[in-house]
Design a protein around this ligand. Structure first.
Ligand code: NAD
Length: 425
């Protein structure tokens, strides 16, 4: 059976709808491998709870804007729902549902006791002042308040949100509760119970996954990174620190290239100052999307979904793709890449470092205790390397791609949890 989920806007194929179609396709393949029955397949294809909210925002000039916000809990059979909060103009309910579903499989794959969730607000944060952004965040949190909580659903940063956003989430929830509740959100500033190692955790995980997949020495291995935000910039930094030669990076403002390798620390300082990589003087400018076609060893997509499609996949020359972003490769592109012998370390494995250290942050908050950065790094490394080995072995044993194997493991664990819990009533 192929999985169909009712759409609220069936005629409109948004990027979000495409992401959800990709997620459902991947679930379908895993369900087939696992021999899941139709009822369970449908249950796993549909979110447990979806909330759409209208968020009124008072602008500095007195105007009132209303934006759409979402929180989707895809599955909570293995523990509280967990997933990021995205502020992006093209965010819609389909995208948030796809991202929530990927979170479910990711948490199961790396063996942390969470279900999957995601939140989003359809807004461009760059177009708001800090005070407008704070008002928007607080009102959105207030609207989704019945869903979230340290034992129910724990948001974290994603595209367009950061530590400051998480501090506002924590404060809004805490004011409503009447006492401080640090465990309601992860990716917080250190002063509010954040964890050492959280800010760079997703990127550190990307580095661990890339080095594991490369096998040999990283010295001189050439890398291109799409997206120079929280994940991409530090992934470039850590890969460069490990000895790789990062020759190209892009962000929404443009792309830069240097055949001898970019000085990533210097480029990060430039991007922080100038608002993007565009105009960086110590490298050549590159058309943004030409980055995918460069003759490099490793490609790290770390921006948004649907970056590698059937249109550009035939021209990808990298032998290894390590997905920092969620859903950057479409199923059609996956087939093209598999046929050309390109290895893809899938999102639910490669970018799991973020949710792993979010989990560690939450555990520290629940115990009112904190670990050293060394302890956090060790636990992160253990979970990442363990999951990578499991995925690699299953892929070799069954002749699957790494993505297919990762989904078989993740989906399989969630299906097992459902079977053991049984159905209420
Ligand atoms: P971010 O907002 O910090 O950065 C996003 C970056 O992508 C920015 O540099 C932006 O300019 C760039 N970008 C957007 N469109 C682009 C385009 N067309 N071409 C090139 N660059 C483009 O977001 P982030 O937190 O770094 O998240 C990036 C990806 O990683 C997302 O898919 C997110 O879901 C995923 N992810 C994030 C985390 C986390 O901890 N932040 C964890 C796991 C996965």
């Amino acid at each position: 059976m192929s999985i169909m989920v009712p759409s609220t806007t069936p005629a409109l194929i948004t990027p979000g709808r495409q992401a959800l179609d990709s997620a459902l396709h991947q679930l379908d393949q895993a369900a087939e491998q696992l021999g899941l029955d139709d009822g369970l397949r449908t249950m796993l294809a549909t979110p447990r709870r979806s909330l759409t909210v209208s968020v009124p925002v008072r602008r500095e000039d007195g105007r009132l804007d209303v934006v759409q916000g979402y929180r989707v809990q895809h599955n909570v059979s293995r523990g509280p729902a967990k997933g990021g909060l995205r502020f992006h103009p093209s965010t819609d309910i389909h995208e948030v549902t796809a991202l929530a579903m990927w979170m479910t499989w990711k948490c199961a794959l790396v063996g942390i006791p969470y279900g999957g969730a995601k939140g989003g607000v359809a807004v461009d944060p760059a177009g708001l002042t800090t005070r407008e952004l704070e008002r928007l965040t607080r009102r959105y949190v207030n609207e989704i308040l019945p869903l979230i909580g340290p034992e129910k659903d724990i948001p974290a940063p994603d595209v367009g949100t950061d530590e400051q956003t998480m501090a506002w989430v924590m404060d809004t929830y805490s004011v409503n509760a009447g006492y401080s509740v640090p465990g309601v959100v992860t990716g917080k500033p250190m002063t509010l119970g954040g964890s050492l190692g959280r800010a760079g955790a997703t990127s550190r995980g990307v580095q661990i996954a890339a080095l594991a997949a490369l096998g040999g020495s990283p010295e001189g291995v050439t890398v291109a990174v799409q997206g120079f935000g929280k994940v991409g910039a530090l992934a470039a930094q850590y890969l460069s620190d490990a000895g790789c030669k990062v020759v190209a990076v892009s962000d929404v403002t443009g792309a830069v290239y240097a055949s001898s390798g970019l000085d990533i620390a210097r480029l990060r300082a430039w991007a922080a100052e100038e608002g993007g990589v565009h105009g960086y003087r110590h490298a050549d400018a590159l058309a943004r999307d030409d980055l995918f076609e460069l003759d490099v060893d490793v490609l790290v997509p770390a921006a948004l979904e649907g970056a590698i499609t059937e249109a550009n996949a035939p021209r990808v020359r990298a032998r290894l793709i390590v997905e920092g972003a969620n859903g950057p490769t479409t199923p059609q592109a996956d087939e093209i890449l598999a046929a050309s012998g390109t290895t893809v370390v899938p999102d639910i494995l490669a970018n799991a470092g973020g949710v792993i250290v979010s989990y560690l942050e939450w555990v520290q908050n629940m115990q009112a205790y904190s670990w050293s950065s060394g302890e956090v790094e060790l636990k992160l490394r253990d979970l990442m390397q363990g999951a990578y080995s499991e995925v690699k072995s299953l892929a070799a044993e069954r002749g699957l791609t790494l993505r297919q194997a990762a989904h078989v493991i993740g989906v399989g664990r969630v299906a097992d949890a459902h079977r053991m819990r049984g159905l209420y009533p």
